[in-house]
Design a protein around this ligand. Structure first.
Ligand SMILES: Cc1ncc(COP(=O)(O)O)c(C=O)c1O
Length: 485
């Protein structure tokens, strides 16, 4: 006899279904725990074609009607070949292992499903987010009048910072004359923002970096002077506090002074380096950030939060008015100030997740010093790894690490630069395919290099050196194959 069809409403999150909710969540947590216990290595090295075929074969019109079967299928299609950022042999992109208090918060974020656009959809949530924004502004060193908003990530935070800059500049200049300055090592979200803001690719002028890969302040001064003498308008200068490849922190105080001199909005992209705000020993590396008009901080990088969690903070909260729009159906105008505090008035998004709760429970359970301690740990880790790699004859390190990345390549004595260049991407691919370790690749002065991005405070120096040992072993093998061929 066929099983009775489930009641059509039985899947709705509702007090009447609380037993079902608890049972289903337990199933999920147990399934994840079993998966974690079975894991070995950061990945399985699956190729796109192999990952795609079983997923696209699923007939979404034929449900399984059984959470256990659905979880088993999910494992086959996704979890079994997932990339695990907590694994000490994962050292590729800017992904962090996440802290457990934030995962606890996720249960509430998605089940209660508050939307942070208006007070009447979130109540206390509005003030949790506001309190965290104020706290982060305090850590930056902003005074009263500062404000901010949680966003989906550094890309959106940078976009909003530059939108505020553009709208301030538009009061006196035509958009075609606006220019944005960022270091040559700045993040590509600056260029994307210029496109989205209708300023075009030509609006972003890249400033060369100095020997430490920080924005060359002399070159910035000259570029700003040239901009003005060409009758163009320096709309914004973006300093990066932690570049994606080298972790370089641009000279914030000098950039602040130059921005002020030329009337440019000063934005600091601290998506990566923002975790230093919690460090009790390295906060000084961000000296000058308090002079920025706006700052991007990604909690889902160096604050060990699950994706998504980022914020844009502004020195003068009044600028957030550039994104305010009143709709009668949601956030009507409130001339006498007696209405509700609505976060949508400061945000590019309308419906918005309560991501702030993750950081809240993290701070309330662990405290900021623990987060700062993790940041210090990964910075120390990168330093020690770079020192040890410097002594390794088959490896060349591009520069001393400034945050938690190490840019390096396989280049034993006698291997030409061209050959090292060709081997780097092959080594990276071979490592991924082995499933045993993952590193990233990048280019430095047109040459291919490998990169360790270290955001795992539980990884040890020896474990990370183990990844590099694999790089050398794979490099030796590939170099030999190529010599024989
Ligand atoms: C310096 C910097 N800025 C911005 C971003 C973009 O952040 P997100 O990926 O959260 O959009 C990144 C991402 O790695 C970054 O490294």
């Amino acid at each position: 006899m066929a099983a009775p069809a489930p009641h059509p409403l039985s899947h709705v999150f509702h007090p009447r279904h609380v037993d079902d909710y608890v049972a289903t969540m337990r199933l999920g947590v147990d399934h994840l725990a079993d998966t974690l216990r079975r894991l070995h290595g950061p990945a399985t090295g699956t190729a796109p074609e192999r990952a795609a075929a079983p997923v696209t074969a699923v007939d979404l019109d034929r449900p399984l009607h059984d959470p256990e079967l659905a979880l088993a299928e999910m494992s086959r299609l996704y979890l079994d070949d997932a990339v695990w950022f907590h694994d000490p042999s994962y050292a590729a992109h800017l992904n962090c292992p996440v802290v457990i208090p934030a995962l606890l918060a996720e249960v509430f974020v998605s089940a209660v499903n508050s939307s942070l656009d208006t007070f009447d959809q979130s109540v206390g949530g509005t003030f949790v987010e506001r309190h965290l924004v104020d706290w982060t502004c305090g850590r930056i060193g902003y005074g009263s009048g500062s404000d901010g908003i949680f966003t989906s990530g550094g890309t959106q935070s940078n976009l909003q910072g530059l939108l505020l800059a553009r709208d301030r500049a538009l009061a006196t200049a035509d958009p075609s004359r606006l220019r944005i300055f960022a270091s040559a090592d700045g993040h590509f979200s600056v260029q994307k923002a210029a496109r989205v803001l209708g300023l075009g690719d030509a609006a972003v002028l890249t400033v060369p970096v100095d020997g430490d890969r920080r924005m060359d302040a002399g070159a910035l001064g000259k570029a700003l002077a040239d901009c003005v003498s060409d009758d163009l308008v320096p709309m914004a200068v973006v300093a990066t506090a932690g570049t994606t490849d080298f972790g370089a922190i641009d000279p914030l105080r000098t950039v602040a002074a130059l921005s002020e001199l030329y009337g440019a909005w000063f934005h600091v992209d601290a998506a990566y380096g923002g975790g230093l705000l919690a460090s009790t020993t390295r906060r000084h590396l961000l000296g000058g950030i308090e002079q920025a008009d706006s700052v991007t901080v990604d909690f889902h990088k160096t604050w060990f939060q699950p994706v998504s969690a980022s914020a844009l903070l502004v020195k003068d909260g009044a600028h957030l008015g550039h994104v305010t729009w009143h709709a009668d159906y949601l956030n009507p105008e409130d001339p006498d100030g007696t209405g509700h505090p609505n976060q949508v008035d400061k945000s590019l998004q309308t419906t918005r997740r309560f991501d702030a709760l993750k950081l809240w429970l993290t701070l309330r359970i662990m405290g900021p010093d623990r987060i700062g301690g993790y940041v210090d740990t990964v910075v120390d880790l990168a330093r020690e790894v770079a020192v040890r790699l410097d002594a390794e004859p088959a490896i060349e390190v591009a520069a001393a690490p400034q945050l938690s990345t190490v840019v390096f390549r396989y280049r034993p004595d006698g291997l030409s630069e061209d050959e090292a260049d060709r081997l780097a991407p092959l080594i990276r691919t071979a490592l991924y395919e082995s499933g045993a370790a993952m590193v990233a690749a990048t280019k430095v002065s047109g040459r291919c290099w490998l990169k360790l991005t270290l955001l795992n405070p539980m990884a040890t120096v020896e474990q990370v050196l183990g990844i590099c040992g694999r790089v050398v072993a794979v490099g030796d093998e590939l170099a030999l194959e190529r010599a024989v061929a």
